[in-house]
Ligand binder design. Structure first.
Ligand SMILES: Cc1cc2nc3c(=O)[nH]c(=O)nc-3n(C[C@H](O)[C@H](O)[C@H](O)COP(=O)(O)OP(=O)(O)OC[C@H]3O[C@@H](n4cnc5c(N)ncnc54)[C@H](O)[C@@H]3O)c2cc1C
Length: 508
């Protein structure tokens, strides 16, 4: 029988749970006519959140705005900083090389592909875009003249994951009417047709719902355990399975804050370095098949030098992969309960935002259309997961590093067919905006260009030379980029200075 969706029960109060609650509640409250479904979030005080996840994607700006949060509150409460992209250090040869994946697309993007005209393909990011230079100079993406959520360069955030969940919790419960229950789920009851009927807490409270959102992290309590949806591993493509995480104090209160994530390749993984205003988040992601925990810890200590003294890293094991489906019956997984791959491009929180948006926008008023929504959600998320995996693998497979871990990444048998196909096409013309014109695409062609060319992949543009008649236009774009770069280097303030001035000018 068709049933009205009156109550949405979200289980889990990590970043995924509170973001999902915020997006769903903000969307449905705004059209409130007394028929808006009630949103309840249940979280355990005994099971901690993952507590990492500090890099985001530029989609977060819209998500914050849509939920109704002030950007200055995000910075103040979560010690946030601007993230203008990623700097990949020593991924090509391991001898000091680096390239950027900035968030601003190349000048002329969508009108003219400038890649065939750059002086050398590895200079693509520098010659087509000013953001590389802005990041290298440690500048903020905007001046005091711009207002919240605006910028001369595209940006996302680095933020303290624990503080972020707290901020979202406060906003959801105080402003968006989300009901908050603290309790540990010990049982899940199913209806005759295999949907979730209710969750039962250890205090014997039973919570019924019409739609259940599983945000229980790696345990995947509802979708994985109660509904028995299997896990598909990707560890044959992406080998990392362990992380060592540290919170590192700055040497001085006014130490510069990096305005990009720094990902430095190691012998069997990479080290992330994320600058918040109060501290840095630094960690080593690696494959336990290639190095021991001790060796990984040595790598991390070597990277940090004396700054690691007295600090003990926290070890986090993970499985790379995703569920065979993300929505089943009246249960949808958001966050790590649906899947996880290493945090190389901060895709996890972006996928949380996308999934939450999809649920909010497609929320059925009753169960009649649930099956169709389930089918479409699964198709779209499957596509996105494939894209994420391909994009991450791209960072590894073009390396020339000699270590066994990197050689294994280059092995053809570990490269997905879809990525091999892309590379075959790009060998003669490189990625273009038209390759990624799907409305559900995660990364624009620009992202692929930055990574491919940064890694030294050089298409033979002469094969399809008939496509390239824009040399003069490209020269004008390069000239314009030089001017813009010089101008921004003069006018944009240092990152930390800007944040401090801006926050003091917006203090209550
Ligand atoms: C090393 C590492 C680095 C990462 N870095 C990034 C990054 O830079 N960018 C990015 O986008 N993502 C990153 N991620 C991923 C990111 O941390 C997560 O996607 C994000 O925090 C969401 O987690 P979650 O809410 O799904 O799960 P969790 O944070 O694990 O939350 C699970 C919740 O479920 C609750 N729960 C569990 N069991 C029960 C139960 N029985 N009853 C009631 N409640 C229960 C817990 O109490 C908790 O509230 C990283 C992950 C790792 C492992």
């Amino acid at each position: 029988m068709d049933k009205k969706i009156n109550r949405i029960v979200i289980v889990g109060g990590g970043t995924a749970g509170w973001l999902a609650a915020g997006v769903i509640a903000a969307t449905h409250q705004s059209g409130a006519d007394g028929n808006a479904p009630k949103v309840t979030l249940v979280e355990s005080s005994d099971v901690p959140t993952i507590g990492v996840g500090e890099g985001t994607w530029p989609t977060m700006k819209n998500t914050m705005k849509q939920i109704g949060l002030k950007e200055s509150d995000l910075f103040r409460r979560c010690h946030a900083a601007f993230k203008q992209g990623g700097k990949f250090v020593e991924w090509v040869h391991g001898d000091g090389d680096f390239y950027y994946h900035p968030f601003t697309v190349p000048l002329g993007y969508g009108r003219l592909d400038v890649a065939p005209y750059v002086s050398d393909i590895v200079n693509f990011a520098v010659e087509s875009n000013f953001q590389h230079s802005v990041c290298e100079a440690g500048l903020a993406p905007r001046t005091m003249a711009e207002s919240e959520y605006q910028g001369q360069c595209n940006y996302a955030y680095h933020l303290d994951a624990g503080a972020f969940a707290e901020l979202l919790k406060e906003h959801c419960t105080e402003k968006l009417g989300v009901e908050h229950i603290i309790g540990t789920v010990e049982d899940v009851t199913l209806t005759q047709d295999g949907a979730i009927e209710a969750i039962c807490l250890t205090n014997k409270e039973v919570i019924e719902g019409d739609l259940f959102v599983d945000c229980t992290g790696f345990s995947s309590l509802l979708l994985g355990k109660a509904l028995d949806v299997s896990f598909i591993s990707n560890d044959d493509i992406l080998f990392n399975d362990t992380a060592l995480a540290l919170q590192v104090p700055y040497e001085k209160d006014d130490s510069p804050v990096a305005t990009h994530t720094i990902a430095t390749a190691q012998n069997a993984g990479w080290i992330w370095d994320i600058g918040l205003t109060k501290r840095r988040g630094v960690g080593h992601v690696y494959s336990s098949k290639f190095i021991s925990d001790d060796e990984a810890e040595n790598n991390l200590r070597k990277y940090l030098g004396s700054q690691a003294e007295g600090l003990t890293p926290r070890k986090i094991g993970f499985k790379s992969g995703h569920r065979a489906q993300y929505w089943k019956k009246n249960c949808v997984a958001v966050g790590m309960s649906g899947g996880f791959v290493e945090p190389l491009e901060a895709t996890a929180i972006m996928l949380v935002e996308i999934a939450a948006r999809h649920i909010a926008d497609n929320l059925p008023s009753d169960t009649r259309t649930m099956e169709i929504i389930e089918k479409r959600f699964n198709q779209q998320m499957d596509y996105r997961w494939r894209r994420v995996i391909d994009f991450l693998k791209l960072h590894y497979m073009l390396t020339q590093r000699p270590e066994p871990y990197w050689q294994a990444h280059r092995d053809e048998s570990t490269v997905p067919e879809s990525l091999k196909e892309d590379l075959a096409i790009w060998a003669s013309r490189g990625p273009t905006a038209a390759d990624f014109d799907s409305a559900i695409e995660l990364f624009p062609a620009a992202s692929y260009q930055y990574v491919l060319y940064g890694m030294g992949f050089k298409p033979d543009f002469s094969i399809q030379s008939y496509l390239y008649k824009g040399k003069q236009q490209a020269e004008r774009i390069f000239q314009r980029n030089k001017q813009l770069t010089a101008q921004l280097l003069q006018t944009l303030p240092p990152h930390r200075t800007y944040i401090e001035r801006w926050l003091s000018s917006t203090a209550n």
